[in-house]
Design a protein around this ligand. Sequence first.
Ligand code: KIV
Ligand code: ZN
Length: 400
Amino acid sequence: METVQIFDTTLRDGEQSPGFSMNREEKLQLARQIEQLGVDIIEAGFPIASPGDLEATRAVAAEIKHCTVAALARAKQDDVDAALRGLEPAAKPRLHLFLATSDLHLKYKLRTTREQAIDQIAKMVRFGKQHCDEVEFSAEDASRTEIDYLSQAVLAAVESGATIINLPDTVGYSTPDDYAQIFRDVRARLGAHPNVVLSAHCHDDLGLALANSLAAIDAGARQIECTINGIGERAGNTSLEELAVALQVRQDRYPVTTNLQLEKLYPTSRMLSTITGISVPPNKAVVGANAFAHEAGIHQDGILKNPLTYEIILPEKVGVPARRLVLGKHSGRNAFRSRLAELGYETTDSEIAECYRLAIVRADEDKEIGDRDLISIIHQVRRGQTSAPANSGPSAATVR
Ligand code: KIV
Ligand code: ZN
């Protein structure tokens, strides 16, 4: 099976979004964890952005030895010089150069022509290649670039020494079919360079970042750029954990592999939230608090009989400590019985029926039934009984 390289840009694209900036120590801590997670490339920063970013990039480059460390630069001399300084201590450095290629960006943002942009790309890739063995070129706004011109720009980068070509959907505009077609077209125009790796970098403005990344894999991309918890500019980037799990669960559909250690996904997600103080939405796929929580009675009943009925991946596979059966008004008797048993209370059918009736009344008022509520309910039920309870169970005070 072919391997898809995972390029993590949490420390660069992720870090440059509001609320997510990190200092040198925080970046280092996260970089160590991301290396453990098994990514292939860590983009450590954009060194021209600030002296702090340059210093943090150097610190990551000095410490991370198993992964390639990338530093970003616009196709400009000062940027490239700063990125090369950032990469000096790296065991496996990668210079990541970019320049916008869409007419919109060329005309309004860069105020340059198509020809001048190609000259600039060729010149800076050639210069970069003299100082760094591995050069990646990104055609910013590739998904809104006219395909013939995109191919010319990409060819100029490859002929100047770039071996990885990234085709970003910078503004999250593409659809899966459109994005896949760009990869097929560019691959066809790179016929004489079969070893060039094509990379996808998707933003989630239309909620399509993961779908577009998967479509790119279908169309031959063998590097995906993504971030922990999907953080990144505006709506964020492709979420690394969603991509990892999609490739694992749907290997039938995407016969590729990665070097990721899936059980490190949840701890890495938690570390990012702790460092930045920004929590993950509860309904976030894979790492959200509700990703493995079940409240509906029918679902709880299925999960208790066989978790695969309502879970396509087991929580422990991605490092989630345990699934949660949430007791609320949608829950069924089986879930109450099972939770009570876990708390040490074996119950009779009549006790469970009464317990369930009282719990539903309370759930209507309080929304969720916690362990203490459940214990107080079972005690209430038992106190109201004339015959001796089946099993008196531990006292409420011993149960947390
Ligand atoms: O979204 C984008 O185009 C980028 C590039 C700099 C790779 O982040
Ligand atoms: Zn981006």
